[in-house]
Design a protein around this ligand. Structure first.
Ligand code: GUN
Length: 291
């Protein structure tokens, strides 16, 4: 078994981005500028957005964090998006999800200018992805593709089983793995909560990508000997440690790692890649900016 080391690869990518930023600055161009909009006090969202902003510093980007209380109105949020869309100093921005229930997420995503949508969530960008056009790819699936690429995992003709059909991970993941190219060219099965015989389907997979959001869902009995296992889950499990919790994924790592040929750890796997790919999208937005 070999670990797919997202921490190491994401650090390599950040170094590459930092070098590109240094070159931009040397040419007299300003650094890419990412803004992140955070609503409320969800612990996981605070952690993710904090990590995104810190990573900007590490690669030499400018960053802006826009924070709102949970009771911000949809109209206020849409006004801020309009402002960010029209601010020439901002190359790309994200609105951290989930949003409180009184705000229509789809409406918010639709309001983002696709040329600044570095999350790749706008229907224009999602459609371009499905049609093999150049665009911003959603950061988590993009990170999985990059990991498979950098470890030279053969995906052509393989059976890839994706677990979970979320708009952020499972659905785009299934599209990317089925697209032409390597990584890609896989025969994809997209499974979800209504799938019958999920265990049996999973057992046929050469590549399993789990983005279901259930801790320790993927058990050793569900995985074929030698399969490549990618765990997108990130769960905080309360415990008696100093932190009060530990992080685990969708996969029973202990048991599954004994059968897998390659496997991502949690933490240190896909999560680290997500941030690196958001930075990559922001770099592209900066390089594409109108001058
Ligand atoms: N919530 C969980 N993952 C993501 C992500 O990649 N982007 C945003 N904006 N929100 C998220």
């Amino acid at each position: 078994m070999e670990l797919l080391d997202g921490k190491k690869i994401s650090n390599d990518i950040k170094d590459e981005i930092a070098a590109e930023v240094a070159a931009m600055k040397q040419r007299g161009e300003r650094a890419p500028h990412l803004a992140a909009v955070l609503v409320g006090n969800d612990g996981a969202s605070l952690t993710y957005v904090g990590a995104k902003v810190r990573s900007c510093e590490r690669v030499g980007f400018d960053s802006t964090l826009v924070k709102y209380e949970t009771d911000v109105t949809e109209a206020e949020l849409l006004a801020k998006i309009d402002e960010l869309n029209n601010d020439d100093a901002i190359d790309g921005f994200i609105v951290q999800l989930p949003l409180p229930k009184h705000i229509d997420e789809q409406k918010v995503i639709m309001a983002i200018d696709p040329s600044k949508d570095v999350d790749g969530f706008h229907p224009t960008n999602f459609g371009k992805m499905a049609l093999d056009m150049e665009t911003f790819l959603p950061a988590t699936p993009f990170g999985v593709m990059e990991l498979l690429d950098r470890y030279k995992i053969e995906t052509s003709g393989k059976h890839c089983v994706v677990i979970g059909r979320s708009h952020i991970v499972g659905r785009p993941m299934s599209i990317l793995m089925g697209r032409k190219g390597n990584p890609g060219d896989s025969t994809v099965t997209l499974t979800h909560s209504r799938t019958q015989n999920l265990e049996a389907i999973c057992k046929q997979a050469d590549i399993v990508i789990s983005a279901l959001g259930v801790p320790n869902f993927v058990k050793a009995e569900m995985v074929k000997e030698g399969a490549v296992v990618v765990d997108v889950g990130i769960h905080r499990i309360p415990d008696n440690s100093e932190k009060g919790y530990h992080i685990t994924g969708d996969v029973d790592f202990e048991a599954v790692s004994k059968k897998a040929s390659y496997i991502t750890p949690v933490p240190g796997g896909v999560g680290a890649m997500t941030i690196a790919m958001l930075l990559k999208n922001t770099l592209i937005a900066g390089q594409n900016r109108k001058r």
